[in-house]
Structure formats: structure tokens, C-alpha cells
Design a protein around this ligand. Structure first.
Ligand code: ADE
Length: 225
């Protein structure tokens, strides 16, 4: 995957890139770039934002700044590239969307800052607007890292165990439910026991137990009886 982050703070991503699974994804052929919106702004003195029409507090990121950054990176040849704006008012990010984005050969994540981003970015320049939750962060950088983390760990070669991303929380293998509980040694700690079924050696019972715990955690859902 070719993954581009558009941000005012490219240096924040040094930590992100140092994570093992991100490192592994890069070693397996993915290419990550961090594009500084100030480097391509058409405005003087590195300006990227302006006061909102209609008044109100805070500053708004300008459409010409985002457009110039996309032009500098891709010209008019955007092809089928998925370009995602991170915003609290976007489509809610979940495992299904992570799987969908992981199938894209080319993905761009645009990190908004300040009070918001000129709506014409959403209307004309991006293909998706995505939120990581119903709360407001100071900017899209952490949201972009969350999205990229969840997407990259789905790529082949990113995790140590090829199977570990298959049967995990919210995956289709678990019918969209959260993951079942895990235990490891010691079998008893301060009197806290592990479930007996896990050391029974009976794989079918283990599977049934895990599925039941996973469903329990998922709680009542409209789509099941
Ligand atoms: N930018 C600020 N808050 C955000 C959120 N909750 N999701 C995505 N981008 C954001």
C-alpha cells in the first residue's frame, strides 16, 4: 500500500513509524509518506488557515491549501485513489471500514487542524470523511494514526502471526462481536483461576466457549435472535 499523510506536524509520525507492525508493513513493501501542508501552501509565511465566514471562534483550514498539497503530490492524476479527510463529523471508523481501506493500493489521510476545514474540501477534494469517535480531538493527526494503525495491521506481513488479525474483535470471523478473553501462565494467580475448559484439550469445547464469551461481550444485537 502507498499511504500518504497530509499534516501540519509530520514529525509527530516518527513515533508512529517506529512501531513494529508499521515497520513490518514497510519492510513488506508498503510506502509511507508524510507531506507537510505548510511546504506547499500557496499563501505567504506558511499560512494555512483563515477566519470563518459568518464569524465565530477559531480558524478554518483553507481549501486552496489542501488543494495545492494534493496537486503537488498527485497532479490531476488522482485515479481511484482513496482520499480520506479525518473529521469528527465523518463516517464512523470501524473494523469493516479498516478492512475496506486495507484493500486499497493507494490511500491518503488528510489531518485537519484548528476549528475545522473548509467544507469545499469535503465536497470536492476527498472521497471520504471519517471520524474515529463522537468526541473532538485537537486535530486529525491522532485520528489518522488510529486509522493507519488499524489498516496496516491487516496487511500481509504486518503482524508476526498471519492468523492474529483474522479472529479478533469485530472481525467477520467473530460475527462482528468483540474478542473472547485470553489467558496465559500462571494457571492460578492470587487464587484467580483460568477457565478449566481452556486446558481440557477439547478443541470443539474451547471453540464453543470462546464463541459464547465473544457473544456475551457483544451484548444483545438487533440482527440476532
Ligand atoms: N479530528 C478531530 N476530532 C476527530 C475525530 N473524532 N475523528 C477524526 N478526526 C478528528
Amino acid at each position: 500500500m502507498r499511504l500518504d499523510f497530509f499534516t501540519l506536524f509530520p514529525q509527530w509520525f516518527e513515533w508512529f513509524e517506529s512501531q513494529r507492525h508499521v515497520h513490518n508493513a514497510v519492510a513488506a513493501g508498503s510506502e509511507l509518506r508524510y507531506l507537510d501542508l505548510r511546504a506547499t501552501t500557496p499563501l505567504s509565511a506558511g499560512q494555512v488557515d483563515d477566519s470563518p465566514y459568518g464569524g465565530g471562534a477559531g480558524m478554518v483550514m483553507r481549501v486552496d491549501v489542501i488543494d495545492a498539497a494534493l496537486q503537488a503530490a498527485y497532479g490531476d492524476a488522482r485515479g481511484g485513489r482513496r482520499i480520506v479527510l479525518l473529521t469528527p463529523s465523518g463516517r464512523m471508523f470501524d473494523d469493516g471500514l479498516a478492512t475496506e481501506l486495507a484493500a486499497e493500493p493507494e490511500l491518503s489521510l488528510i489531518c485537519g487542524r484548528y476549528e475545522g476545514v473548509d467544507e469545499r474540501v469535503r465536497d470536492h477534494l476527498v472521497t471520504d470523511a471519517v471520524s474515529i469517535g463522537r468526541y473532538v480531538l485537537a486535530g486529525g493527526e491522532l485520528a489518522a494514526m488510529v486509522v493507519a494503525d488499524a489498516v496496516l495491521r491487516k496487511l500481509p506481513g504486518s503482524l508476526g502471526h498471519a492468523d492474529s488479525a483474522l479472529e479478533e474483535s469485530y472481525s467477520s470471523a467473530l460475527d462482528g462481536d468483540p474478542e473472547y478473553p485470553h489467558y496465559t501462565r500462571p494457571p492460578t494467580y492470587r487464587g484467580w483461576e483460568i477457565p478449566e475448559v481452556l486446558v481440557s484439550g477439547d478443541h470443539a469445547r474451547v471453540r464453543d466457549w470462546r464463541r459464547a464469551r465473544s457473544r456475551e461481550r457483544g451484548g444483545p444485537r438487533e440482527d440476532r435472535a
